[in-house]
Design a protein around this ligand. Sequence first.
Ligand SMILES: CC(=O)SCCNC(=O)CCNC(=O)[C@H](O)C(C)(C)COP(=O)(O)OP(=O)(O)OC[C@H]1O[C@@H](n2cnc3c(N)ncnc32)[C@H](O)[C@@H]1OP(=O)(O)O
Ligand SMILES: O=CC(=O)O
Ligand SMILES: [Mg+2]
Length: 538
Amino acid sequence: MAVPQERFDIGAVEIHAGHTGYESILSPAALGFLAQLHRRFDATRRLLLRARRERQAGYDAGGLPDFRADTLAIRESDWTVAPIPAALQDRRVEITGPVERKMIINALNSGAKVFMADFEDSSAPTFANQLDGQVNLRDAVNGTIEYRSPEGKSYRLNDKPAVLVVRPRGWHLHDKHFSVDGEPMAGALVDFGLFVLHNARALHSRQRGPYFYLPKLEAMEEAALWDQVMAAAEDELQLPVGTMKATVLIETLPAAFQMHEILHALRCRAVGLNCGRWDYIFSYLKTLRGHRDRLLPERGQVQMTAPFLKAYSELLIQTCHRRGAFAMGGMAAQIPIKGDDAANDAALAKVRADKLREVQAGHDGTWVAHPALVPVAQEIFDQYMPAPNQLSVLRKDVEVTRDLLLAAPSGTISRAGFDNNVEVCLRYTAAWLDGLGCVPIHHLMEDAATAEIARAQLWQWLHHADAAADGAPLEFSDHAPIDFALFDHAVATHTHRLRDSQHPGAARADAAAALLTAMTHADRLGDFLTLPAYDQLA
Ligand SMILES: CC(=O)SCCNC(=O)CCNC(=O)[C@H](O)C(C)(C)COP(=O)(O)OP(=O)(O)OC[C@H]1O[C@@H](n2cnc3c(N)ncnc32)[C@H](O)[C@@H]1OP(=O)(O)O
Ligand SMILES: O=CC(=O)O
Ligand SMILES: [Mg+2]
């Protein structure tokens, strides 16, 4: 790419890792570009993170999220997002996955309309994972990506690859391997900056991007920061304003109250919102961590049909379609089960039911976690969505109130549900510490978002066990008490089992146990598991 190097402050980024083999990705132009992004935007990012902490302090003191008074005009006035490019007009099935070389090829070849290449929930951000991911994506964009497995199987792109959409890390994560002026860079700016510097022009020349999914936003100001970052990158790379397009995950409780505002902040480049259900449930737990009257039942009982989740997804559809943007569905956690036809049929039936609910509600497309699920989701969307999208389904019937968005569903906590949360959190954290960001556990896809639900629930149940809202102690469905002794015992049991197993992360079982124990015993529910875990990531 002929980026004029004199425009960049070359050498301004310090790299704290051996980077042999990545010289072409970490070129002087790329490092200069990263330094510029950091100097222009990182102070604002830090202010926005401080604003998150201040809002959370209000929720911890008894306050609740609400629709904003100062943005009423944005919600009530008529406006739409900019026209959506042809490459994104039909997004009925999107496959997601980590930026690992073989999986990128498999995902692009999967038959899905879109591949969301993930530097976030399904990535453990080791230096090698992030940088290999950049190499792999550059080769994929160039069409030269190939892979040969240890068994000798060859992989290359077919002639109809999915459209690439990249998800950089969220605003909350720093990257300890890159610093500018002595400050660590934002992971989001590293992922975004390297990707656009190496691929934006090639994608633009083919009218295929660059396109992004933006994770874990909590407020319209955070969306506005992304808009400024993208506008600055377009300027530097001499691309027309609005070339870079964004689909925003609505996956935090505060963001559910600002859907119009988030689309408005990005209106020259927003193409849709997505129901990131797993982080949304985690965010519900975290935002309301001080509210004893809003405890959630065990993970398996918190379904998208629960009134608070149904309301959130329907509000998202109504909001998007009013603004001419796509309302994307989310991820069912079931994955194919090998060697057990009955269990596999049951898992696929759950995926089908989830996709049917989404398409009938008015979603324009959905996510799948595995190539074998592409035809499953596609069959449902083809049957119920003959047009490329459902923008004309306005859902004027939907009336969502603050109370509905905040209403905790009823349900129970079983000993098995408690124990499963300990096991999932422990095994996921261990795998993450070993560099794997997404793993199958008991035939479900587990990533940073799903594991966070398990962690947050354990904290919530244990810290509110002495008295829930009604003053009665929280107990299991068989009336046994929920207490820390039980938790400590479950951690010890699962750590022992993991250590002796072949599961991913077995060698990191003790480190994962120490982290889970410390975070669960702490007086305050920590913001993200991946923040303290990152200190231990090689
Ligand atoms: C909450 C959220 O943020 S959701 C978004 C983030 N999460 C994800 O993207 C989940 C992505 N999915 C995955 O990582 C995997 O499917 C897992 C870890 C859940 C299961 O992985 P595995 O147990 O290896 O699956 P399995 O053995 O059935 O894989 C079969 C083949 O499909 C491939 N495959 C599986 N999932 C994917 C995927 N998402 N994308 C591309 N290829 C995939 C495997 O590489 C393997 O390929 P091969 O036959 O050529 O060797
Ligand atoms: O990112 C998706 C989610 O469900 O979380
Ligand atoms: Mg998420």
